[in-house]
Design a protein around this ligand. Structure first.
Ligand SMILES: [Zn+2]
Ligand SMILES: [Zn+2]
Length: 276
């Protein structure tokens, strides 16, 4: 029997504002079934463009909203699609979820949406950094700052995010701007930022949470996952970050090899996290 792939815990459907009509949850479920993925979690973007009660960003004076495409999540419509797909694909485990952007800055707004759930998988993610009094896409800072400074600033903010929010279970794409590392800056070396990575991993591990191996970003190395183990990390989640059906579970075989080489393996539940 071929090895069973892990669950894809990070997929976006038509309910994420940045899929722009290119994708349907039904097609992504079909793709997951075709590939033999045991479970798929639809973790739709949950980003806020205004201050709400209980949001730390309000006191900071930082202007929210880093992308004009951002739209609110239609929780009712989304959950109806989840139910429809569960009926249509009974042999696939379909999990609900959100990808909460900057959860440490929007605790109040995020809490209100999560209370309207049920959400099986809550990812925490950092896309935006503060720059000159407003939130901007972190990758846009490569045009302004030295590349290493962008990564250090980003990883420091991820550590603050982990320490400042307990609303999420899985830390998504921990080095997101790496996707846009400038070609002229030479090859990206995780080891240049070992201290900063370890600070993130330590905070995540000490709160008993889960590190995502994101296969849309350049794949994490075995060494990085060993740092995760060293710092006490116990569980790994696989996420394709697919925004089109053809990318569901993309590069999962390579990701599995990396996780295994770092000492993580599947548990009893085929849809569960991989553990040390
Ligand atoms: Zn993301
Ligand atoms: Zn995502």
């Amino acid at each position: 029997m071929p090895p069973v792939l892990p669950a894809d815990n990070h997929v976006h459907s038509q309910w994420s504002y940045d899929t722009f009509g290119r994708v349907s949850m039904v097609d992504e479920c079909q793709r997951a079934l075709d590939l033999g993925v045991p479970a798929v979690a639809f973790t739709e973007h949950l980003d806020f463009t205004n201050y709400g009660p209980g949001d730390a960003i309000a006191a900071s004076g930082i202007k929210p909203g880093w992308w004009d495409a951002t739209r609110p999540l239609d929780v009712t419509g989304y959950l109806a699609s989840i139910e429809e797909c569960r009926h249509r694909f009974p042999s696939l485990r379909i999990l609900s979820g959100v990808e909460a952007g900057e959860p440490h800055l929007f605790a109040g707004s995020l809490g209100a949406v999560l209370a309207a759930g049920p959400f099986d998988r809550v990812l925490g993610s950092l896309h935006a950094l503060a720059w000159e009094g407003r939130q901007v896409n972190s990758s846009s800072l490569f045009r302004i700052l030295a590349p290493a400074d962008v990564m250090r600033r980003y990883l420091a903010e991820v550590a603050a995010l982990v320490k400042g929010s307990d609303a999420f279970e899985i830390l998504a794409h921990l080095d997101y701007p790496r996707r846009h590392w400038p070609a002229g800056a030479g090859p990206y070396a995780e080891s240049d930022f070992e201290e900063e990575y370890r600070a993130v991993l330590r905070a995540l591990a000490s709160s008993g949470r889960v590190l995502e191996l994101n296969t849309y970003s350049p794949l994490a190395s075995v060494t990085l996952l060993r740092w995760w183990r060293d710092e006490g990390g116990a569980a790994v989640s696989f996420g394709s970050d697919a925004h089109v059906a053809s990318r569901v579970a993309d590069k999962f075989r390579q990701a599995v090899e990396i996780a295994e080489a770092a000492g993580f393996g599947r548990g009893g539940d085929p849809a569960g996290f991989w553990r040390r």
